[in-house]
Design a protein around this ligand. Structure first.
Ligand SMILES: *Cc1c(COP(=O)(O)O)cnc(C)c1O
Length: 410
């Protein structure tokens, strides 16, 4: 198989292009005309692969989907409007009232909010366990469990669970494992190889490149037999392995209007072409920054799976190889020290978002987790003394110099 970046640049191309354009254009159109009434009927019945309405399929979006299918090795891909749309659509397609999902408290803040504030009132039970404790996962799963859900590296705790092990526990009970692989992407972590059923991504992050637009990706790895998923069993019996993506395309995704704008799909396809290069640089920068901060007298602790002292280093190395993502966290003496450091930085930007070309810094406790009580934040591993840094692709000497200057006592 050709290399990742070769495939990223030359793969995709959904169909013949009228003018021979080398790059799939932005098809900013809502509807598609058919030659005959019969052709429209066949398209609506799903018996003829053709576009009818852009909330369901669009050529520019399809180009991105095909690129990602090629790159991830997944069986089928659906591109959606944001990472949260990818997560919500996936859970909505698999679970429902009276069912439960097994997950961890170490999750992206909005994902916890989706589960607890948006979906729980509709009757979904959410069970929290420690994903690094296989026995706890095993005990939480029962006949009403519709999915196990975790993040390949959790944000911002940077915890790494053994995905193969959790996938095996799920497989033993016919429960699919969903992994949010935003922090690693298919470039750094082959979720299909680990037995993960569905990979979800916020393509807003590494894929878009430079944070140009929001987007999300759902990948069906083809590792799970959907006849064992109660919500999908009937469809799987009828249409086979495409039951999950089919139920999204023809129901959940279509009905929730989670479609990705063609222009955003275009920007994300463009980003994808350079993603491998950017990730290499971002991971190298993150490791370099983590090492520098570990040796600094004002820094109490550094959390990065790439450091040998990280409790997740061994699992991360086994699972991801020798690159550990672009995010690290570190603790200073107190919250004021965190704010002071942030305010003195000149190159590193004070902003939310991660895996941007720019190095970004944020105080999670007072921002993305602000809506939670202190005890809840503690349970989520979000400390007032902690800063999150997302390494960009700048020259690392400039980033280190910026930190060095800002860490000096004024
Ligand atoms: C950003 C992020 C999301 C949400 O993605 P959006 O594109 O902002 O909706 C989900 N999971 C993780 C791990 C993220 O970092």
């Amino acid at each position: 198989m050709k290399g990742f970046t070769t495939r990223a640049i030359h793969g995709g191309l959904a169909g013949p292009e009228a003018h021979g354009a080398l790059r799939t254009p932005v098809y900013d159109t809502v509807a598609y005309e058919h030659d005959t009434a019969h052709s429209l009927q066949l398209a609506f019945e799903g018996r003829k692969p053709a576009h009818v309405y852009s909330r369901i399929t669009n050529p520019t979006v399809q180009d991105l989907e095909q690129k990602l299918r090629l790159l991830s090795g997944g069986m089928a891909v659906l591109a959606v409007s944001s990472g949260m749309a990818a997560i919500s659509n996936t859970v909505l397609a698999l679970a429902g009232a009276g069912a439960n999902i097994v997950t961890s408290r170490h999750l992206f803040g909005n994902t916890i909010s989706l589960f607890e504030k948006t979906l729980a009132p509709w009757g979904l039970e959410v069970r929290y366990v420690d994903m690094t404790d296989p026995e706890a996962v095993e005990q939480a799963v029962d006949d009403s469990t519709r999915a196990i859900y975790l993040e390949s590296i959790t944000n911002p705790q940077l915890e790494v669970a053994d995905c193969s092990l959790v996938a095996q526990i799920g497989a033993g009970r016919n429960v699919p494992l969903i992994v949010d692989n935003t922090l690693m992407t298919p470039y750094l972590f082959d979720t299909a190889g680990a037995g993960v059923a569905v990979e979800v991504l916020s393509s807003t992050k590494y894929i878009s490149g430079g944070a140009t637009c929001l987007g999300g990706i759902i990948i069906d790895n083809g590792t799970f037999d959907w006849r064992h998923a109660p919500r999908l069993a009937e469809r799987a019996g009828r249409i086979g392995p495409m039951a999950f993506i089919g139920s999204l395309r023809q129901e959940v995704y279509r009905d929730t209007g989670a479609c990705l704008a063609p222009h955003n799909a275009y920007l994300q396809s463009l980003g994808l072409e350079t993603m491998g290069l950017r990730i290499e640089r971002s991971c190298a920068n993150a490791l370099c920054i983590a090492r520098y901060l570990s040796g600094h007298a004002k820094v109490c602790s550094v959390n990065y799976p790439g450091l040998p002292e990280s409790p997740f280093h061994a699992t991360a190395r086994r699972q991801f190889g020798d690159r550990f993502g672009g995010i690290l966290t570190f603790d200073l003496a107190d919250r004021q020290a965190c704010f002071d450091l942030m305010d003195r930085l000149r190159i590193i930007r004070r902003a939310t978002n991660i895996n941007d070309n720019k190095t970004l810094i944020l105080h999670p406790h007072s921002t993305i987790f602000a809506e939670y009580a202190d005890e809840e934040k503690e349970a989520m591993g979000v400390r007032p003394t902690m800063l999150r840094l997302s390494a960009g692709i700048e020259d690392h000497d400039d980033i280190l110099a910026d930190l060095e200057e800002a860490l000096k006592t004024p």
